[in-house]
Design a protein around this ligand. Structure first.
Ligand code: G
Ligand code: MN
Length: 263
């Protein structure tokens, strides 16, 4: 099928994803080398195969949903999945947090705070166990309304992470002004580590800068033992990537929590 037709087909399917239960949330561990344990699980959007849906990578579905103005319902469905995870006995027994991705476009909705708080309450989940990851793909800018919304989310107890740091639009002013408590170094820097002294220097600087601002710094996309060794030598302790676990269905979270970690 030509790309333009595939896109048209995807656009037609987009609105079916939430009502027909075609989303299959996955989770990926974020590990802490200090404790040797999983510190948090990131909820990742995955679309079920079959059901007449085009086979598109998750980031394409997200981009389409943002363009079409339906990222709100998809984002809320992922947030609900995060709350349901935290409500499971396996997670209630241990201090593992859940990270949920939030599109900057969702922040434009005045109802967002009440919706998120309502969903957390419905699952009897503490907002402080949830970290909302905002990607740099849309300008946060110096919009005072967005800043106020983020301040309110933080005041409610949610942790906020600046995702994919280093590649998007976020300037240092975003770290200065917005109430982020976590920053995630984009995986492209980690991929380049072994053969780029500049990437090594930039990872080191991002870690130092984040920690100097009192932020928890995570390196994303760790795939090899060589990358792990380099990051460990720099002082990174929070890591995420295929080396520690690929995204797996949220329904199998018990298995994930009992499997030994590849640390
Ligand atoms: O932007 P964000 O960090 O939320 O993106 C998460 C995406 O990165 C997920 O789709 C996930 O499958 C992917 N991902 C997670 N770990 C790795 C990794 O080690 N390597 C690569 N290439 N992708 C990864
Ligand atoms: Mn993320």
């Amino acid at each position: 099928m030509p790309a333009s037709l595939r896109r048209l087909h995807a656009l037609r399917c987009l609105h079916r994803l939430v009502p027909e239960g075609l989303l299959e949330p996955h989770v990926q561990p974020i590990v802490d080398l200090h404790t040797g344990e999983i510190a948090a699980l990131e909820v990742l959007l995955r679309v079920r195969g079959g059901a007449g849906l085009p086979d598109l990578p998750p980031e394409h579905w997200i981009a389409l949903a943002e363009e079409e103005g339906c990222i709100e319902s998809i984002g809320l469905a992922m947030f609900r999945a995060g709350c349901e995870l935290l409500a499971q006995p396996a997670l209630r027994r241990c201090p593992i947090g859940v990270n949920v991705n939030l599109s900057v476009l969702q922040l434009r909705s005045p109802q967002l705070l009440d919706q998120l708080r309502g969903l957390a309450e419905a699952s009897a989940v503490d907002c402080a166990a949830i970290c909302l990851e905002l990607t740099e793909s849309h300008q946060l800018g110096d919009d005072p309304e967005l800043l106020q919304r983020l301040d309110r989310l933080a005041a409610c107890g949610f942790n906020l992470a600046l995702d994919d740091f280093g590649t998007g639009y976020a300037s240092l002013a975003v770290l200065r002004s917005f109430p982020f408590s976590h920053v995630k170094v984009d995986r492209s820097f980690v991929a380049d580590l072994p053969h780029s002294s500049r990437s090594r220097a930039l990872c080191q600087v991002m870690l130092q800068m984040g920690e100097a601002c009192g932020l928890t710094v995570t390196a994303e996309g760790v795939e090899t033992a060589e990358q792990l060794a380099l990051l460990q030598a720099m002082g990174f302790s929070r890591l995420q990537g295929y080396l520690f676990g690929r995204p797996s269905p949220a329904a199998d979270v018990e298995l994930l929590l009992t499997a030994p970690l590849a640390l």
